[in-house]
Design a protein around this ligand. Structure first.
Ligand SMILES: [Zn+2]
Length: 72
């Protein structure tokens, strides 16, 4: 009977430890900062996130409509 209780206690401790490790791993993966890719303006050379850049038909990226037109 005592052996059975010790076995159940060991299983319970193992489950608690596994759950703790999984929780820590989940926190670590969700707290990492998202990766932002940047491009360089073909006119002035400033770096900006890809989603904020204007892509010209020639494939080059620009920081503003003025620079895409070649003004300024
Ligand atoms: Zn620019």
């Amino acid at each position: 009977m005592l052996r059975m209780l010790l076995l159940l206690l060991a299983i319970w401790i193992a489950l608690v430890l596994i759950r703790d490790v999984l929780r820590r791993r989940r926190i670590r993966t969700t707290s990492s900062a998202p990766v932002v890719t940047t491009v360089c303006c073909a006119h002035c050379g400033v770096h900006l996130p890809t989603h904020r850049a204007l892509q010209h038909v020639d494939g080059r990226h620009y920081c503003s409509p003025e620079h895409a037109r070649g003004d300024g």
